[in-house]
Write a protein that binds this ligand. Structure first.
Ligand SMILES: [Zn+2]
Ligand SMILES: [Zn+2]
Ligand SMILES: [Zn+2]
Length: 329
């Protein structure tokens, strides 16, 4: 596996001929349950009254490896480097049936704390430019393990979508001296047509221009570029974020079980990069958020193969339906 940069869009892709057959392997025993015989190496745990409440383990087939040199080099007009970084599995809950939508807010809060700790820890490596976590749930979303898990990746490049957001955030800030995400939140809360739910310092909204039906974003109301800083410095806030995440996933699940979830947080600014100007204003012009992209099986085709995102449910209708969805509370 290696990383190649598309010279036109400047986005990195991971590619190569994978020696591991890319088909879901039948799991005999769950390797993420407590006391699993085939357990993977534990990196970090959040202790609780029992043994642990959430923990991070080595990914059994990692896409990125912590050892080695990136060896970034040119090949004519092209750029490539080896896939140096980190790839971990975040076990959200010791119980095999406790997911982010049916676990307690305290358990979800523990998972969020673990995610924040791991991101902060991986950012101490000066080679790492970006760290985040994501979750794919359901067979149409590429779910890998049956145990409730998310995955964390630490890369030597900033992923494409985040790079777009960072550039756009900086441009907006240069002309208006305001954060574009803060401005979006202010308008959304004023208009209230696309607010799914507000809870304490966090808000769930349907984006104005959704990429898929029932797309939802969760953002902190007060400006904050870095999720991990919020997650570690304001422990009380995790309760509201946990509840909002749980309730938003419950709402989404009334339409489809399958979804992608990703955290977008600020890149590694512990080790500033001289070449990238946005590092200087990053704390002012970026605003962390969680994106939830539901996968509707019947509608998947239309947005998978199109160059332009096509969402056959408007944001306003989707938000109204999400708000009215019957959830457990
Ligand atoms: Zn399990
Ligand atoms: Zn902001
Ligand atoms: Zn984003």
């Amino acid at each position: 596996m290696e990383l190649r940069k598309d010279p036109i869009t400047r986005s990195w892709v991971i590619t190569g001929d994978d020696p591991v057959e890319y088909s879901p392997r039948p799991e005999t025993a769950c390797r993420f349950c407590p006391d699993a015989p085939n357990a993977t190496q534990v990196i970090s745990s959040v202790p609780s009254a029992g043994a642990w409440s959430a923990r991070s383990v080595v990914h059994p087939t990692p896409l990125y490896h912590i050892e080695g040199e990136a060896g970034r080099h040119g090949d004519g007009i092209y750029d490539r480097m080896s896939s140096v970084g980190a790839h971990e599995v975040l076990v959200e809950n010791p119980r095999h049936d406790r997911h982010l939508w049916n676990a307690s807010d305290d358990e979800i809060g523990q998972f969020l704390r673990l995610a924040a700790e791991r991101i902060m820890d991986l950012k101490r490596d000066p080679r790492i430019k970006y760290v985040s976590f994501f979750k794919d749930y359901g067979s149409n979303a590429g779910q890998e393990f049956s145990h409730p898990t998310s995955q964390i990746t630490a890369t030597m490049f900033v992923p494409r979508r985040v790079l777009y957001e960072l550039r756009a955030g900086r441009e907006y800030f240069v002309s208006k001296e305001r954060c574009v995400f803060c401005d979006i939140l202010m308008q959304e809360e004023r208009q209230a047509a696309r607010v799914i739910e507000a809870r304490g310092d966090y808000v769930a909204i349907g984006p104005y221009a959704p990429r898929v039906p029932y797309e939802a974003w969760i953002l902190p109301r007060n400006h904050e570029a870095s999720f991990e800083r919020t997650g570690l410095s304001k422990p009380g806030l995790r309760v509201n974020l946990a509840a909002l995440l749980r309730r938003t996933l419950q709402r989404v699940r009334t339409f489809t079980e399958d979804f992608h979830l990703v955290l977008h947080t600020s890149p590694n600014s512990l080790h500033p990069s001289k070449t990238l100007g946005y590092w200087k204003t990053i704390d002012d012009d970026y605003h962390w958020h969680i994106e939830i992209m539901p996968v509707l099986a019947t509608k998947a085709r239309s947005y998978t193969f199109k160059e332009v995102y096509y969402s056959p449910v408007s944001s306003e209708t989707a938000v109204r339906q999400l708000r009215e969805a019957k959830i457990e509370g």
